[in-house]
Design a protein around this ligand. Structure first.
Ligand code: BDR
Ligand code: CA
Length: 316
């Protein structure tokens, strides 16, 4: 059984990633590490606790990660995030305050401990900035050779960014950290805008959750409808909301949802083209690239699986 750690800036689609990880068979969600991005670090952490409680998963520990450390002004997209994810990050849906605290151990130390304990059985899914994973690699570089796979939501190779022409939001929060992770020896899968913008959810699906008449079905429908409305009103997509983060979880468990190309990647983190994810031309002739970049997705099969898993989960 795979051991999974989610690293989230919880966020509406991060919430859907939690639900997917809880619902998926053959996976043991051993912890959530909190990042910042869609909201402040502690709000994102609290959202993860609240959502786990809603899903009856009070035994999944939540660890606090690092706040943004850079003095760069590139990361300040807070207002945009609130427009898309709501003031509280989860579609302004009021969930009860968590009954339990965060873990005392830091998210960075949890990564290092889990890498040594589970080795190749460990999958890590960052769906926010990669500040925590970069810090763990810096503290214990050996973990790059221990961890089974890191499947992250972030970046864009074949399409424009969603923050600037070249920058995707998660990479844009901490492009240096993203570069440290991508240029490490970690085995990586990049689930970027190339595929996530094609994978859309509509109110037809969220209504199915609401119709279940359960607390979880109702809350997840309301949370996601906020995000679908934001996509519509901000003219991001009139046909539905992108399933960015839950697609990364799905791909980590079933890579056949996507087609990939193998590359050594880097992230540009100087002023010009800040946060662009791009193949490293200096390494084009090196064997065994460490990044599988998703460039095409079987969105119908993914969406069917997503709906099966989440609907069953929300029924309980
Ligand atoms: C990514 O940015 C965040 O706002 C979303 O949760 C997702 O992880 C999309 O660019
Ligand atoms: Ca996210």
């Amino acid at each position: 059984q795979k051991k999974m750690i989610l690293d989230l800036d919880t966020g509406v689609d991060d919430a859907l990633a939690i639900a997917y990880a809880v619902a998926a068979p053959d996976v043991d969600l051993i912890g959530i590490v909190s990042s910042y991005g869609n909201n402040l670090l502690d709000v994102c952490a609290e959202n993860s606790l609240k959502l786990l409680e809603l899903l009856g998963q009070e035994d999944v520990p939540v660890f606090l990660g690092l706040p943004h450390s850079s003095t760069s002004d590139h990361f300040d997209v807070m207002q945009v995030s609130k427009d898309i994810h709501g003031d509280n990050g989860i579609g302004d849906v009021d969930l009860p305050a968590p009954k339990r605290p965060l873990e005392a151990m830091s998210g960075v130390d949890f990564y290092i401990e889990a890498a040594h304990k589970y080795g190749k059985d460990l999958i890590i899914i960052p769906t926010g900035p990669m500040t925590n994973l970069a810090a763990a690699l810096k503290k214990d570089p050996e973990i790059a050779h221990l961890i089974g796979n890191v499947t992250f939501m972030g970046g864009a190779l074949t399409v424009e960014g969603n923050v600037t022409d070249v920058a995707e939001a998660n990479i844009n929060q901490d492009a240096k950290a993203a570069n440290d992770v991508l240029t490490s020896d970690l085995p990586l899968t990049m689930v970027g805008l190339d595929v996530t913008l094609r994978t859309l959810l509509t109110k037809k699906e969220t209504q199915q959750w609401r119709d279940l008449g359960t607390k979880a079905g109702q809350a997840f429908a309301d949370i996601t409808d906020f995000y679908i409305d934001a996509y519509y009103n901000l003219d991001i997509d009139k046909n539905g909301c992108a399933l960015h983060d839950p697609l990364a979880v799905g791909v980590s468990l079933d890579p056949s949802f996507v087609q990939t190309i193998s590359l050594f990647m880097k992230v540009i983190y100087d002023e010009h083209n800040y946060a662009r994810t791009i193949g490293d031309k200096d390494r084009l002739n090196e064997p065994n690239p460490n990044v599988q970049v998703a460039v095409n997705v079987d969105k119908d099969r993914y969406l069917a699986t997503f709906m099966d898993l989440l609907t069953n989960l929300f029924k309980q």
